[in-house]
Design a binder for this molecule. Structure first.
Ligand SMILES: C[S@@+](CC[C@H](N)C(=O)[O-])C[C@H]1O[C@@H](n2cnc3c(N)ncnc32)[C@H](O)[C@@H]1O
Length: 266
């Protein structure tokens, strides 16, 4: 898939393995920022809501607080196991978003920080559309065009310095522009009601170690391309190249850029 200067090769790296414990202890900012989506979702008591890529379930639980009947789905067994352990009263299922078993069952679908991980975008959008009732809404936030530009550029420099060829090809994230994703959605039964692409610089927890922890959680595309002996050198060089733009007064700041949309099924 070719995306405005971001070359995506869906087969170039193994699927992400999720460390649900590290996710919950050091990366809670992901679902904390996701709370902004709840206002856009505006869920009503009694509505059936599907949370796509629910991770460890914190946002799913907040959706449930509106009195909705909510189901969380995720393709990672580790994440689903943690979500079930965290929220025993809620329903979580192990499904890939591109092959959901639901037919016109949900009033709304919410998805935070998950869709840019999905390899089969067309399959995912069709599958979500099938799961929604006619007129149902999809509210989501994902990485958008230009997301992580500095993080990625510094990773490419570090990987190149260790002899890894074509490091851009290791990246499987999909960060679309508004126009590109709107076209995809409109070609798959949706109408766009609201769309915004915005910068959201995000401070990491952990002081000096914050970026190394972020790499541990989200940087597998790069760390899995080097030998275990080179791992530490890669992380140190990645930090070194990123530091001038991303480390100030003892805090690492990641250059996130988010695409947030509300769309309805025709
Ligand atoms: C960064 S986490 C976000 C989790 C949660 N939405 C939150 O706000 O904390 C991304 C999640 O997307 C899930 N994911 C990635 N690809 C997926 C797919 N094809 N189908 C379902 N879930 C997927 C991952 O397993 C992971 O749990």
């Amino acid at each position: 898939m070719k995306v405005h200067g971001t070359k995506i090769n869906p087969m170039s790296s193994p699927s992400q393995q999720w460390n649900s414990e590290l996710y919950q202890t050091s990366h809670s900012f992901v679902w904390q920022y996701g709370r902004d989506l709840l206002a856009l979702l505006d869920a009503k008591p009694g509505e059936r809501v599907l949370d796509v890529g629910c991770g460890t379930g914190q946002l799913t639980a907040e959706v449930a607080q509106s009195g909705t009947d909510v189901v969380g789905i995720d393709s990672s067994p580790e994440m689903i196991q943690s979500a079930r352990a965290n929220f025993r009263h809620l329903r979580f299922e192990l499904f890939d978003v591109a092959s959901l078993p639901y037919e016109a069952e949900f009033d709304a679908v919410i998805s935070n920080a998950a869709l840019h991980w999905v390899r089969d975008q067309r399959g995912a959008i069709s599958s979500i559309a099938r799961a929604l009732k006619p007129g149902g809404r999809l509210v989501f936030e994902m990485g958008g065009y230009g997301n992580l530009r500095r993080v990625l550029e510094s990773s490419y420099r570090a990987l190149t310095s260790l002899g890894v060829p074509d490091p851009e090809k290791l990246v499987t994230w999909y960060f679309p522009s508004i126009g590109e994703y709107a076209s995809l959605l409109e070609s798959r039964a949706f109408l766009v009601n609201f769309a915004v692409l915005f910068e959201r610089p995000t401070n990491l927890e952990g002081g000096e170690d914050g970026f190394a922890k972020w790499i541990d959680m989200f940087g597998k595309f790069a760390t899995s391309a080097v030998s275990p002996e080179q791992h530490e050198t890669l992380v140190r060089r990645w930090e070194e190249f990123a530091r001038p733009a991303m480390f100030r007064h003892g805090v690492w700041t990641i250059d996130y850029k988010r695409l947030r949309m509300l769309v309805t099924k025709k």
